[in-house]
Ligand binder design. Structure first.
Ligand SMILES: Cc1cc2nc3c(=O)[nH]c(=O)nc-3n(C[C@H](O)[C@H](O)[C@H](O)COP(=O)(O)O)c2cc1C
Length: 160
């Protein structure tokens, strides 16, 4: 039988970055705070992200099969906070920040980020409360140097 306490304690020890994932479909754009992300292959360059099934972003990402990740810098917790809440509840999250639309995907990229990757989904698995998307990095850009923001740098938790 699964020891729930042990499972939670250990899964919370998995290190995560804290970034913003931008999505776009049919002229509708949105973004959400993304911590469940890791690299999965060098060649081709693949990453894996976990996306909440009941989110607006999930529907957009599933429809377009594309997304862009803006990499936050240490100290940019406020930007992460802006994208915590569902669009349904807080309205247009992108209305409060500067962004551009990625050339490869049309997905929103935060201007204040360290840089970005644009991704094309190659496969997905919808098994739990989050879906897993495996995606190829098809474009990338570095805006400036800086230390990445880690979930562990903040008081927030997402996992367990
Ligand atoms: C610290 C933190 C980390 C988060 N990480 C993720 C994540 O990795 N994947 C995800 O789908 N949602 C994550 N969320 C929740 C999303 O930000 C939230 O579901 C999203 O804002 C939904 O917005 P939408 O309905 O406008 O798409 C995280 C939330 C917090 C507070």
């Amino acid at each position: 039988m699964l020891d729930e306490k042990a499972k939670k304690a250990l899964l919370l020890k998995i290190p995560h970055p804290l970034n913003i994932c931008g999505v776009s479909h049919d002229g509708v754009i949105n973004g959400f705070t993304l911590s469940w992300m890791t690299q999965a292959s060098f060649k081709p360059p693949l990453i894996v992200i976990g996306v909440r099934q009941d989110s607006r972003s999930h529907a957009l990402l599933k429809a377009s099969q594309q997304f862009a990740v803006s990499f936050l810098e240490k100290g940019q917790q406020d930007l992460a906070k802006t994208f915590f809440q569902p669009q349904e509840k807080v309205g247009d999250k992108l209305g409060t920040v500067d962004y551009t639309l990625g050339e490869a995907t049309g997905c929103p990229i935060l201007t204040d980020a360290l840089g970005y990757v644009e991704c094309q989904v190659q496969g997905s698995l919808e098994k739990g409360d989050h879906s897993v998307f495996l995606a190829e990095v098809i474009a990338a850009g570095v805006y400036r140097e800086g230390e990445p923001l880690w979930l562990a740098d903040t008081k927030w938790q997402y996992g367990g």
